[in-house]
Write a protein that binds this ligand. Structure first.
Ligand SMILES: Nc1ncnc2c1ncn2[C@@H]1O[C@H](COP(=O)(O)OP(=O)(O)OP(=O)(O)O)[C@@H](O)[C@H]1O
Ligand code: NI
Length: 397
């Protein structure tokens, strides 16, 4: 079994707004294994992007990660902090939330990197694409040889709105070696004539080509985990497929892991090894792709899957399930299952907060149905019978 590169435990992120406290991410747990693509899927506003930004430590005021652990496997960091921060180290894993801010920041690039939906906003319009990628290469190289002197420059590296703030004036200062590496990266992401394209400006690139360039920039630090937040949503269908294939090829070549965030079940079906389904800030079900698609237990997952006729259709979008999208304002959140008022199977047991039930160590569900279907006393009988709901449950349908 593959090792875990990232293990998120009980992560909560809130926004303290004038309207009140927004519980955007609530006690979320999931693991990303070496070399896998882990998908997070859910409808708009379910907390997917906030989860990703929390992992990469980019939540800004009025938001804050309020709880949880983010264990990252890195033997060097573990060694460095084993003595001074024993609570933050467990074997080769470090809880990055407990590391000093400068260290957390220095992980952006060589440990975690991110690709967004909108490549145009990630590039400075007045600097050539090649130079911007070379800059990322250079920052990473310096960070590697002397972490402390370059921390401030790595801040905001490669990250949409933040990158503009950290960019230096639009004159060339990158060295030839970095530029060569940038051209190599452009080639690696399938940009034809990379040497010429490197000298062009972002507006000279098509959306798909610019998305490739953003991926090249994200690869500059050779990250362990690439976080891709709706990387193809803004692109037309043919280009979407090309970018997804590229991501998968790169994942295999580089042996990196990908955290894929999308509301598109077609993308999940096509790309992911395992998946977490988010609803109202919680992961309501997670497990291997086949378990989730063929044996979903949570009625939200079932409804979501029922809403697309063909999971092989890459254009399959999440259809809204009837009922209201829940408010995430703390004062309006019920002391009950957040899905209960939209759930076709709701019952009295749902009027309490629901824990995560582990079904078989791989598949977990935040739903009381899981408890009933997987009662330990008859677990053996019901393992392959998740469809065969408890009679009392079906009577409530
Ligand atoms: N800066 C902010 N201030 C207040 N609330 C925020 C802020 N950023 C996000 N939220 C809230 O957090 C919740 C989750 O947002 P998030 O962007 O993670 O959703 P998402 O699942 O990525 O949706 P989408 O598919 O639309 O991108 C939303 O209800 C949103 O209103
Ligand atoms: Ni999002």
């Amino acid at each position: 079994m593959a090792d875990t590169i990232l293990s998120v435990r009980d992560l909560s992120t809130r926004f303290f707004t004038e309207e009140g406290q927004v519980n955007a991410v609530e006690s979320v747990s999931f693991d990303v294994e070496d070399g896998e693509i882990f998908g997070i899927v859910g409808e708009s506003g379910s907390g997917k992007s906030v989860t990703a930004l929390s992992v990469i430590d980019l939540i800004e005021s009025p938001g804050r990660v309020t709880q949880g652990e983010i264990w990252y496997r890195n033997a060097d960091l573990a060694e460095e902090f084993r003595g001074s921060k024993p609570d933050a180290v467990d074997g080769d894993l470090v809880d990055i939330r407990r590391l000093p801010e400068g260290v957390r920041r220095s992980l952006r690039g060589p440990s975690f990197s991110m690709v967004f939906q909108d490549p145009m906003s990630s590039f400075n319009p007045s600097i050539t694409v090649g130079e911007q990628i070379a800059e990322a290469v250079e920052v990473q190289r310096r960070a590697r040889s002397n972490p402390r002197s370059t921390r401030s420059r790595t801040q905001g590296y490669g990250l949409a709105s933040l990158i503009r703030d950290s960019l230096l004036p639009s004159k060339s200062y990158v060295d030839d070696e970095s530029m060569d590496r940038a051209v190599e990266l452009l080639d690696q992401v399938g940009i034809p004539d990379p040497e010429d394209r490197a000298e062009e400006y972002p507006h000279q690139f098509s959306g798909g080509m610019l998305q490739r360039a953003m991926i090249a920039q994200a690869l500059a630090g050779e990250p362990d985990v690439l976080i891709a937040d709706e990387p193809t949503t803004a692109l037309d269908v043919t280009i979407q497929a090309q970018i997804l294939n590229l991501l998968r090829d790169l994942q295999e070549q580089e042996g990196m892991s990908i955290l894929m965030i999308t509301h598109d079940l077609g993308v999940i079906a096509r790309m992911c090894d395992r998946v977490g389904v988010m609803y109202a800030g919680e992961v309501v079900e997670r497990g291997p792709l086949a378990d989730i698609f063929e044996n979903p237990v949570h009625p939200y997952t079932q409804g979501m899957l029922g809403s697309i006729p063909d999971v092989d259709d890459p254009s399959g979008r999440l259809e809204p399930i009837s009922g209201n999208v829940p408010s995430l304002l703390d004062s309006e959140m019920p002391d009950a299952c957040y899905f209960a008022d939209r759930c076709p199977k709701a019952m009295t047991d749902c009027l309490t907060r629901i824990p995560e039930y582990e079904l078989d160590g791989r598949h977990s569900v935040r739903c009381v149905l899981a408890e009933q279907e997987f009662d330990p006393s008859d677990a053996v009988d019901s393992v392959d019978g998740a469809e065969a709901a408890d009679p009392e449950v079906s009577a409530d349908d």
